[in-house]
Design a protein. Structure first.
Length: 159
């Protein structure tokens, strides 16, 4: 199951149970999480997207369901800041070491503070990007939270 991503290397090293779900990524797809949900046949509430945002100029990582939207105000409050805004794609890619659409909350180049939306805890397993477009990893939310050194909070709103 070698895929060569820092996320899968971290998972293997930690010896946690996980399943990789590769799929053929459509280069025309704009909403990567929606594409993964549709191709894999998984409810969008169970697939989580990884977003990089600046909270008072400090880069941080938010993990929210594809079916939702990051609540920037709530996210900033959890981090302990006043204002959050999504990072530019190039900034996000440089900070994480992953391409946009392939950013994983695991194995990032820089150790960014991570917050996972509390809705993840409602599922036995969740899906997150495994470090490249067209590759999702399914794992227990507790393992995701532990390996990402994440906080858990309500940071998403329904779309």
């Amino acid at each position: 199951m070698a895929t060569g991503t820092p996320a899968t290397a971290l998972l293997a090293k930690a010896k946690v149970a996980y399943t990789l779900h590769p799929y053929e990524h459509d280069a025309r797809a704009q909403a990567y999480g929606d594409e993964a949900a549709a191709v894999l046949g998984v409810p969008p509430a169970r697939i989580f997207k990884t977003l990089i945002a600046a909270v008072d100029s400090t880069l941080c990582c938010a993990v929210v369901p594809v079916a939702g939207r990051l609540d920037l105000k709530a996210f900033a409050a959890v981090i302990g800041g006043k204002r959050a805004e999504l990072a530019e794609p190039g900034v996000a890619a440089r900070a994480t070491g992953y391409v946009v659409g392939g950013i994983s909350p695991l194995g990032q180049k820089s150790r960014l503070p991570v917050v996972v939306d509390s809705s993840a805890q409602a599922f036995e397993t969740v899906y997150v990007c495994a470090g490249r477009r067209g590759l999702q990893v399914q794992l227990a939310p507790g393992d995701l939270i532990r390996l990402a050194s994440a906080r858990v909070a309500a940071i998403s709103t329904a779309t």
